[in-house]
Design a binder for this molecule. Structure first.
Ligand SMILES: [Zn+2]
Length: 438
């Protein structure tokens, strides 16, 4: 065959072959500043970085997306208000990230500081000011492996007022997720081959709704629920993925993209464990060590022993925290919402660090006196009361000011006029006195 004929033949074949293109989306969510491995030696930013680099090196068309709540959860984040985590995240290789509700925990100005530190694009379409101007870019279009991928960001539709206070949000308000995503999906459809939503949102009411109601969107990479999906959500070939929190898994979604139809032809999802078999990336390990050394003296101090491993959803751990708060303040009843408790109490030696991980928020204990009949069922179903007796009830200042939120004090308007110690300090003190817990 002559060279010219060969070229002619190739030109004929190429357009057909180019109709289907592979795309791999690596993804994580809710890393929550878990820089170092957990009590079972899983996770850690330096190992995560190694795995992402390995995956990217083997991959011809790859994007790594992070679905929010990068900060809040460990002493480095609490003490330095999240900024070091964004500095370290610059080494993780995110191609695009979005904001989670906890990015607002240190106030909205700090959220803007995170966006200044980040050397990766941060997308979010539904955080706007009074004039409708978005806090950050609503979307980006990135071309990988010849595919123009539009990535639209979104955050919880009920963020302000329910999940965080208006004070933390400052001038920002939230537009409805589904409508906003639809608007941008329609706007970028002609300029893209595939549309991905990268969002920190509710599973049932928002992820599922996008898959059902916005056909322009082919993939949702989600965050917020810490449990992780067992299998990917799939609605007529449009898929959604979410991995477990704290970075002990990296998600990998392998797609075949039908370029003409702008659709996913096939999707396969795997969860890669981030464990001790993965060597830590030296550059990331060095920055993590630098920041950990600034907190280690304060938090790597033994305070007692634990006879059982209790994870963050364990009713026993919640009871232990409540008991510590009650005994430290002299209250009759202490009550925290489930979301207050963020990490595992390990079995064996308990360090101050573990209590910081369990209670990373700078919450104070507050107290009030109530008649038994005035205490809402969310408390009395766990702590039965005599309706005619008076009780001192303790909770956190966060819960006291967010009583209208679900999972909280059932829309009651209880007043807690007395302020006690930092919740975390009270629990540390209590463990020191008890020596053996729970
Ligand atoms: Zn989270």
């Amino acid at each position: 065959m002559t060279r010219r004929r060969l070229i002619a033949l190739l030109l004929c074949l190429t357009p057909v072959a180019a109709q289907i293109k592979p795309l791999t989306i690596l993804h994580s969510n809710d890393l929550h500043a878990h820089l170092v491995p957990d009590d079972r030696n899983n996770g850690g930013f330096a190992r995560l970085a190694t795995e992402v680099r390995r995956q990217k090196a083997r991959c011809q068309a790859c994007l790594y997306l992070n679905a929010g709540d990068l900060v809040q959860g460990t002493p480095v984040s609490t003490l330095f208000h999240g900024s070091p985590i964004y500095e370290i995240a610059n080494l993780l290789g995110f191609d695009v990230a979005t904001l989670g509700n906890h990015e607002f925990d240190y106030g909205w100005r700090r959220t803007q500081e995170f966006m200044r530190i980040a050397r990766f694009p941060i997308v979010s379409a539904n955080i706007v000011d009074a004039d409708g101007k978005t806090m950050t870019r609503p979307y980006v279009i990135q071309t990988v492996g010849g595919i123009r991928v539009g990535i639209i960001g979104a955050i919880l539709g009920d963020l302000v007022g329910t999940v965080i206070t208006q004070e933390s949000a400052g001038p920002w308000r939230i537009l409805p997720v589904v409508e906003t995503v639809r608007k941008y999906a329609q706007e970028i459809r002609d300029r893209t081959d595939l549309i991905v939503v990268l969002a920190h949102i509710h599973d049932e009411t928002e992820v599922d709704a996008i898959l059902h109601q916005v056909p322009e969107v082919s993939v949702v990479v989600a965050g917020h629920s810490h449990v992780g999906y067992r299998t990917m959500m799939n609605v007529d070939g449009r898929v959604a993925v979410l991995v477990r929190a704290y970075g002990d898994q990296l998600g990998r979604l392998d797609l075949k993209v039908d370029m003409a139809a702008k659709k996913v032809l096939s999707a396969e999802w795997t969860k890669i464990p981030i464990n001790s078999k993965i060597p830590p990336a030296p550059d990331v390990a060095a920055v993590v060590a630098k920041w950990e050394s600034k907190v280690s003296k304060q938090v790597d101090i033994p305070i007692g022993e634990s006879t059982a491993r209790l994870d963050s959803r364990s009713p026993q751990l919640r009871k232990m925290i409540e008991r510590a708060m009650a005994e430290e303040t002299g209250a009759d009843i202490a009550w925290v919402n489930g979301g207050n408790i963020r990490d595992t109490l390990p079995k064996g030696q308990v360090l101050i660090r573990h209590v910081w991980n369990i209670l990373p928020f700078d919450n104070y204990i507050v107290m009030g006196k109530f008649r038994g009949s005035d205490i809402p069922p969310s408390i009395t179903e766990r702590y039965p009361v005599d309706p005619d007796r008076e009780y001192t009830v303790a909770t956190t200042d966060f819960t006291a000011t967010n009583q209208s939120a679900s999972d909280q004090l059932n829309s009651s308007a209880l007043r807690f006029p007395r302020t006690g110690p930092l919740q975390r300090d009270a629990v540390i003190d209590w463990i020191k006195k008890k020596k053996v817990v729970p």
